[in-house]
Design a protein around this ligand. Structure first.
Ligand code: BV8
Ligand code: ZN
Length: 291
């Protein structure tokens, strides 16, 4: 091979590896900084549960019948047709309760354990409502948007844990995500799930779009954001507020943020590390946990 071709080949190879490394940080340098951090936050989104088979919120996974998931996750939708929204949440409860945590969940739970032994703080702030972090063994978890395992009474506001599946007889075998013809739901309102205290209609204990987050929850999350000296962002499109502002706030304070996503590009140039790939693979490697 003559010198010219070799030169061109080498230049191209350098460009490709440059491009690749633009979106693949060095695990060793990340680990060095991570193991010195004292107050670590892991901010997770639907992507952390994707390898457990739970559909993500946007893109193809974000549809149910011919509704966008984000249209059904609103108080207006529940007001208009509580049965349809309950069919959607029955579908989501059914998937979540029949899914198991994946290596990304377990890696976070093991790293929390390690931090506890080393006297360091490690908290998960999740946008997810599937409960898989708890099921993987994580203890310090803030569920920003509520949980599919709970219901809230529309009248007396009683919040109850309820993992019955189906949650009521009328929802048995309902919630088929493909059935296009049943755009509305025919279940009579008095057959929908009821409050164990006052017998009124209950709703999923979920923060819907346009609803305020629970003040205590947001306060706890914000105080962790203010003291964090390291943040890992796993499997989120970073478009939903206020969760989407946590990692940039930490980056603005000059603290390292590491993003784990399958996307081509990092969500923000201010993030110090970016690990491209399925988080079930990249996260255990980056946290140095053996599963
Ligand atoms: C609020 C519960 C104050 C539902 C959710 C106009 C009017 C009203 C409000 C607003 C408005 N404009 C803006 C707002 C605020 C609004 C908002 O942010 N809207 C966005 C869409 C612009 N926020 C709110 O309404 C919040 N409340 O602000 O109160 C207020 C009140 C009134 C008016 C103004 C302000 C409440 C937000 C909570 C909504 N509820 N969940 C349910 O789950 O049923 S949020 C919902 O989206 C889910 O929780 C989900 O987790 C979350 C975020 O999505 P992601 O988790 O990021 O998931 P997504 O699918 O988007 O991305 C997945 C990512 O994973 C992708 O990047 C993908 O590449 C990656 N991935 C996939 N597989 C893998 C992977 N990565 C790694 N490995 C893999 N294997
Ligand atoms: Zn009640």
């Amino acid at each position: 091979m003559n010198r010219l071709t070799r030169g061109i080949l080498l230049k191209n190879l350098r460009a490709i590896t440059q491009e690749m490394s633009r979106f693949q940080s060095d695990y060793a340098s990340f680990k060095k900084i991570l193991d010195k951090a004292q107050n670590i936050i892991a901010l997770t989104g639907a992507g952390v549960s994707a390898e457990s088979g739970i559909p993500v919120f946007r893109g193809a996974g974000g549809w149910w019948r011919n509704h966008r998931a984000t249209e059904l996750a609103t108080p207006e939708a529940f007001q208009r047709n509580p049965a349809l929204v309950w069919e959607f949440y029955h579908y989501r409860r059914n998937i979540a309760f029949n899914s198991i945590p994946n290596n990304a969940h377990y890696a976070l739970a093991l790293y929390e354990e390690r931090c506890k032994q080393e006297g360091r703080q490690f908290h998960i702030i999740t946008q997810n409502v599937d409960g898989l972090h708890f099921r993987a063994g994580s203890k310090e978890v803030i569920e920003l948007h509520g949980s599919l395992t709970k219901v809230k009474c529309t009248k007396c506001k009683f919040i109850d844990v309820n993992i019955d599946n189906p949650i009521c007889e009328a929802l048995k075998d309902k919630g088929d995500p493909i059935a296009k013809d049943t755009n509305e739901s025919q279940i009579p309102i008095d057959e929908l799930p009821k409050c164990s205290k006052c017998g009124s209609l209950v709703r999923p204990y979920i923060v819907w779009f346009g609803e305020m987050l629970d003040p205590e929850t947001i306060e706890k999350a914000m105080s962790l954001v203010e003291t964090a000296d390291m943040c890992i962002v796993v499997g989120t499109s970073s478009v939903v507020y206020p969760a989407a502002m946590f990692a940039p706030t930490i980056a603005e304070r000059g603290k390292p943020v590491a993003e784990f996503n399958i996307n081509e590009e990092p969500a923000s140039d201010d993030f110090k590390f970016y690990f491209n790939g399925k988080c079930g693979i990249t996260l255990p490697k980056a946290l140095g946990v053996n599963l």
